[in-house]
Ligand binder design. Structure first.
Ligand code: V47
Length: 350
């Protein structure tokens, strides 16, 4: 059976086969991914009404790709008070948000309680809001900083009201590339260990991949293969999110941004390789809204949400600082031939 027929028949692809898909005709590859998308989700494109909050940019780590953390390139340090965060949550709740997505830098000055108490405060005041918070990189940082095991931190998260974990901190799992772009932060094995433990607690999480910098196509396929392997064991990942590297204000110094063609190919290949991950998110923040809409025809079935405010990717050049209006978002999905469907954070339709 040739590779195309194998994929159409729903068989799993190997590493070498996945890599060879980069050489396939662009539209043929898109059609293969679209075929899988249609079988899983038809013409539906999911979104949710969410708000990102990034409470502090003071960071003990030094990732070369990051423009968000306070460094020489970004001298404006900030740390929000819980009162400030609760003001934001009050406002978004009054306007119908269903999820709050909280991700911080690794701030060694706040104490563990500052990180955890905010979840309890949100959950107590707004029990209906889904709290998606703390990447595996933050879990690892808190564990090291406060001498607690991963199990202890994960249990504290649950006790304090965290519902699910975002997919950040995955970057690229290949150890050599990881060492170059973010030495000293959570290792790939630790990242998977944390998510495995989280899944074993009956909880869901997402998984990202930062691409379009120094990594090779083989590194991307390796990244996907490692995800597929854990997902076979836990089924805990809701969604795969390829994050397009933003070039501004950071120390990686990549002159040539990745092309739209390469982004869409990578999306399509991830839809084919990750046969056990239900959703593929075209994160418009890093891909631009226009390309995210096209990605719907290359396997993507989720466009994240309205976001409202976002600080990590916009610091590096993404045009996402102020989110997108709900009605406009729905119209864009409709006008591109898909059906906008609001979902909750666990992918139940609303
Ligand atoms: O882990 C940092 C990335 C991530 C840059 O789980 C950059 O639903 C591009 O993980 N260019 C945080 N990306 C964001 C994240 C996320 C976003 C949306 C949804 C979900 C989810 C998770 O942002 C970091 C890092 O990989 N990032 N710098 C940059 N220059």
């Amino acid at each position: 059976m040739n590779l195309k027929d194998k994929i159409l028949a729903g068989h799993r692809v190997s590493f070498d086969e996945a890599l060879s898909l980069y050489e396939m005709d662009f539209f043929e590859l898109g059609e293969l991914a679209d075929n899988i998308r249609k079988k899983k989700h038809g013409k539906k494109t999911y979104y949710n009404i969410n708000r990102h909050i990034n409470p502090t940019n003071v960071c003990a780590d030094v990732c070369k790709f990051c423009a968000y953390s306070a460094t020489r390139k970004n001298p404006n340090q900030y740390t929000m008070s819980h009162e400030q965060i609760m003001e934001i949550v009050k406002d978004i709740d009054s306007r119908g948000a269903k999820e709050v997505h909280i991700v911080s830098a690794h701030n060694p000055n706040t104490g563990l309680e500052w990180y955890l108490d905010i979840f309890k405060k949100i959950k107590t005041a707004y029990p209906h809001l889904h709290v998606k918070a703390l990447t595996a990189a933050e879990v690892d940082f808190l564990s090291r900083e406060y001498g607690k095991s991963y199990d202890e931190i994960l249990d504290l998260m649950i006790q304090n009201g965290v519902d699910s974990m975002p997919g950040g901190g995955a970057e690229i799992f290949d150890e050599k590339v990881r060492d170059y772009i973010c030495k000293g932060k959570v290792t790939s094995d630790q990242w998977f260990e944390i998510h495995k433990k989280w899944h074993e607690r009956g909880r869901k999480s997402n998984v990202t991949m930062l691409f379009g910098h120094v990594e090779s196509r083989a590194n991307r396929i390796d990244h996907m293969m490692r995800i597929r392997e854990l997902q076979d064991i836990t089924s805990g990942f809701n969604c795969f999110i390829p994050l397009v590297y933003q070039t501004e204000n950071n120390y990686l110094n990549i002159k040539e941004p990745i092309t739209a063609n390469e982004i869409l190919r990578t999306m399509a290949i991830s839809r084919i390789v990750l046969d056990n991950v239900p959703n593929l998110k075209a994160y418009w923040v890093t891909s631009t809204v226009n390309l995210a809409l096209v990605a719907q025809e290359f396997g993507a079935n989720d466009l994240d949400g309205t976001i409202e405010k976002e600080s990590i990717n916009s610091a590096a050049g993404a045009k996402s600082a102020n989110g997108v209006k709900l009605e406009e978002f729905r119209a864009l999905i409709k006008n591109s031939g898909f059906i906008p469907v609001e979902r909750d954070s666990l992918y139940n339709e609303i």
